[in-house]
Design a protein around this ligand. Structure first.
Ligand code: SF4
Length: 257
């Protein structure tokens, strides 16, 4: 399997995925049980929104608090077991500073067939980054960023890399946003939030991905699943929100076919 060989060459470990696989099996079994229970209807995850770095966010955990690569892989496994199809990874610094991102993308695609979006805060891509990008399934890979960032990356389109505007405006939406209902949004320290708009806001904390089974969190009706964007004073905005990005990409594909 290309992905395994690729990452083994990089990390020189016997099998960096053994632990993730073991936990995935356990989680899939727990998730099946949760899905079979009465509240299973609410436990589905369609979108994963992970923030591997705190740079550029109000919520900036220290480096010691941030999740390890294996913990991120476990979250991807748990989410996939609950039905996730799309993943957006926010990278607040350069990709070169976070090489683990490539492993997460590769694993999400090869093990679970997820569509993967990399939300970039800048256009700094090294040759090595572009090489890693080329190792991914480009049919299911998107670079997401602001218009000026994408403008600098247009040359990648010729290599088959898809670019997607990160801007999400809710002006035309009335009432609280219910998009968080099918979303696992994880901060760099593993805290789960309703969505990226309220990242770091304790009123919208759902739990701790390090210590809790995601199926249980997603099926807990007492947790905040709707976000009224007009009443949250300090927020991160909605840019790159996975359901909106997925909708945009699907719409673009339909109009191009
Ligand atoms: S980020 Fe914005 S659009 Fe996305 S779920 Fe939150 S409030 Fe809704």
């Amino acid at each position: 399997m290309r992905a395994k060989d690729f990452w083994q060459n990089i990390y020189r470990e016997s099998d960096p995925f053994i632990s993730a696989r073991r936990i995935a099996k356990k989680v899939k079994s727990s998730s099946k049980k949760a899905l079979a229970s009465n509240d299973s209807a609410n436990s589905a995850v369609k979108y994963i929104w992970i923030h591997v770095t705190g740079e550029g966010l109000q919520h900036e955990p220290s480096a010691e608090q941030t999740l390890s690569t294996e913990e991120w892989l476990n979250i991807i496994d748990e989410s996939a077991a609950l039905g996730a199809e799309w993943m957006v990874i926010y990278v607040g610094s350069t990709l070169a500073q976070h090489p683990e991102v490539w492993q997460l993308c590769d694993w999400a695609q090869t093990a679970h067939g997820l569509h993967v979006g990399l939300h970039l805060s800048n256009s700094c891509l090294s040759e090595s980054d572009i090489e890693h990008l080329g190792q991914l399934d480009l049919e299911k890979t998107y670079l997401i960023g602001q218009e000026k960032t994408l403008d600098s990356l247009r040359f990648l389109s010729t290599l088959g890399v898809k670019l997607c505007d990160s801007k999400v405006c809710l002006d035309d939406q009335a009432g609280p946003c219910s998009s968080p209902e099918a979303m696992a949004c994880v901060a760099p320290d593993g805290t789960l939030y309703s969505c990226g708009f309220v990242l770091g806001n304790n009123d919208f904390t759902l739990g701790d991905a390090r210590g809790e089974i995601l199926a249980g969190v997603m099926s807990d009706d007492s947790l905040p699943r709707k976000v009224d964007t007009s009443s949250v004073p300090h927020h991160h905005g909605c840019d790159a929100c996975p359901p909106h990005i997925a909708h945009r990409i699907i719409g673009n594909l339909a109009s191009n076919s």
